[in-house]
Design a binder for this molecule. Structure first.
Ligand code: PMP
Length: 396
C-alpha cells in the first residue's frame, strides 16, 4: 500500500481547488498492490465542497463569515418544514419509509404523474450516481457540456464509461454540437438546466430539437435550480414526459426549499426508467426527517415565493453593481452568478475570505478569472460587493 510519505511529486494528484481539506490524493505508481482501489476510480476527482463557515472562522480568526459558495437558500429552511421535523423527532428510532410513500403521493398530485414514475435520492447527487450504475457500462458514452456540474463525470467514470464533453459556446449550450456527438454508443446525455456554474439555460426551442434528435437515448435533465427561473423561454420539461420521451427530470429540495443539509431530491421519468434505477437504489437511502421536511416544504408556498423574490431582487442588484464595476457577468436563471473578475480568481477568493466572504473560484470549471457567487439576502449581497470592491482595488 502506498503511504503518503512515499509519494513522489509526479504521483501527487493536485486538486484544482485552492483548499485541500482532504488528505493528499495519491495515485499509486504500481496499481497491483493490496488495498488499493480499482484503477479506474483514480480518474475521478473527489468532490470539493464549498468551504464551510466554521472552518473559515477557525482558520482566519473571524467571527462573522457569510457563505455564498454552494447556492443554498439564504433565507434558511421552510419554517413549515422545521416545524414538521420538530414534531417528528421522536420517530427516528424507526427506519424511514424506503418507498417515500407520502412524498411520492404528494408529488404525484402536484405534477400530475403516477406515483410509480418517481424515484427519490439522498440529494440529486445520489440519483445521478444511480443513473450511472443503471445505464452506463464499460465503453458506453455519455454526453455532457463543459463546464457543467462535476458529478456527471464522476457517475460516468465510475462505470468505466466515456465522457464526451461538448464545450459551451459563449457560455451557451451548443445543441448542434451535442447532437453531432450522439452515436450508437451514446447512452445518456446530461443537461443541467439552468447550467451550473454559468446559470445559462437551454431554451424551449433548443431542448425540443435535442429531445427529437436524441430519440432512444436517456436525457438527464437536471433542474436543480428550476424554481429560480424567470425567463418565459425556459422549457416546460414535463410536457416531454407526457409525450412519452426518454428523459428523466431531476429536482432537489436543497436549493429553493432550503433543505440542503437533509439531502433529498427526486427524479421523474417513464416507469421503465424508474424501475431500472430502483435496482440500484439502497433500501433506506432517504432519511426520515428529510421525507417529513420535504412533504411540509411543498406546502410552504410563502417561503418559496419569498425566496424567489429575494433571489430576483438580489440578482438585479448584483447585475447593477457588476456593471458599475465594469465586470462581465452571465445573466443567470439560477441563484448564483458567474462573474469575470479579470484576475486570478484564487487570489480574489483568498482576499474575499479574509473579508469573511466565501465564494467559489472558476478554475475548477476551467474559467480561472471567474468567480461563482450565490445570490444571498440583500445584506449579504451588499457585504459581498463591498468586499469585492475593496479586493479589486475600489473599481468604480
Ligand atoms: N445538480 C446541479 C446542477 C447542482 O448544482 C447541484 C448542487 N450543487 C446538484 C445537482 C446536487 O443537488 P443535491 O443537493 O440535491 O444533491
Amino acid at each position: 500500500m502506498v503511504q503518503e510519505g512515499e509519494a513522489r511529486a509526479e504521483e501527487t494528484h493536485h486538486l484544482p481547488h485552492p483548499f485541500k481539506t482532504f488528505p493528499k490524493i495519491i495515485i499509486p505508481k504500481e496499481l497491483d498492490g493490496e488495498m488499493k482501489g480499482k484503477k479506474h476510480i483514480y480518474k475521478i476527482e473527489p468532490y470539493q465542497p464549498g468551504k464551510p463557515i466554521e472552518e473559515v472562522k477557525r482558520e482566519l480568526g473571524l467571527s462573522d463569515v457569510i457563505k455564498l459558495a454552494s447556492n443554498e437558500n439564504p433565507l434558511g429552511p421552510s419554517p413549515r418544514a422545521l416545524e414538521a421535523m420538530r414534531k417528528s423527532l421522536e420517530n427516528v428510532s424507526y427506519y424511514p419509509d424506503g418507498n417515500c410513500a407520502i412524498l411520492r403521493e404528494k408529488l404525484s398530485q402536484k405534477l400530475g404523474f403516477p406515483p410509480s414514475t418517481f424515484v427519490f435520492g439522498n440529494g440529486v447527487d445520489e440519483i445521478i450516481h444511480f443513473i450511472g450504475l443503471a445505464f452506463l457500462d464499460e465503453g458506453d458514452e455519455a454526453i455532457m457540456v463543459d463546464p457543467s456540474f462535476v458529478r456527471y463525470e464522476a457517475a460516468v467514470l465510475l462505470n468505466k464509461a466515456i465522457c464526451r464533453k461538448i464545450p459551451l459556446r459563449d457560455f451557451q449550450y451548443d445543441v448542434d454540437g451535442i447532437i453531432d456527438a450522439i452515436n450508437e454508443r451514446t447512452k445518456v446525455i446530461f443537461i443541467a438546466n439552468p447550467n451550473n456554474p454559468t446559470g445559462t439555460f437551454l431554451s424551449k426551442e433548443k431542448l425540443g430539437r435535442l429531445v427529437q434528435e436524441a430519440e432512444g437515448k436517456l436525457i438527464v435533465l437536471d433542474e436543480a435550480y428550476y424554481e429560480f427561473v424567470d425567463d418565459s423561454s425556459f422549457p416546460d420539461s414535463l410536457s416531454y414526459l407526457r409525450e412519452g420521451k426518454d428523459l428523466i427530470i431531476l429536482r432537489t429540495f436543497s436549493k429553493i426549499y432550503g433543505l440542503a443539509g437533509l439531502r433529498i431530491g427526486y427524479g421523474v421519468a417513464k416507469e421503465e426508467t424508474i424501475q431500472a434505477i430502483e435496482h440500484t437504489r439502497e433500501p433506506f437511502n432517504v432519511n426520515y426527517l428529510a421525507q417529513v421536511a420535504a412533504v411540509a416544504a411543498l406546502d410552504d408556498e410563502e417561503h418559496l415565493r419569498r425566496t424567489q423574490r429575494t433571489i430576483w431582487e438580489g440578482k438585479r442588484y448584483l447585475y447593477e453593481q457588476f456593471e458599475k464595476m465594469g465586470l462581465f457577468y452571465l445573466p443567470t436563471q439560477a441563484n448564483f452568478i458567474f462573474v469575470d473578475v479579470k484576475r486570478d480568481s484564487r487570489e480574489v477568493f483568498q482576499a474575499l475570505l479574509r473579508e469573511g466572504v466565501i465564494v467559489r473560484t472558476g478554475d475548477i470549471f476551467g474559467c480561472p478569472t471567474f468567480l461563482r457567487v450565490s445570490i444571498g439576502t440583500m445584506e449579504q449581497n451588499e457585504r459581498f460587493i463591498k468586499a469585492l470592491r475593496k479586493v479589486l482595488g475600489g473599481a468604480d
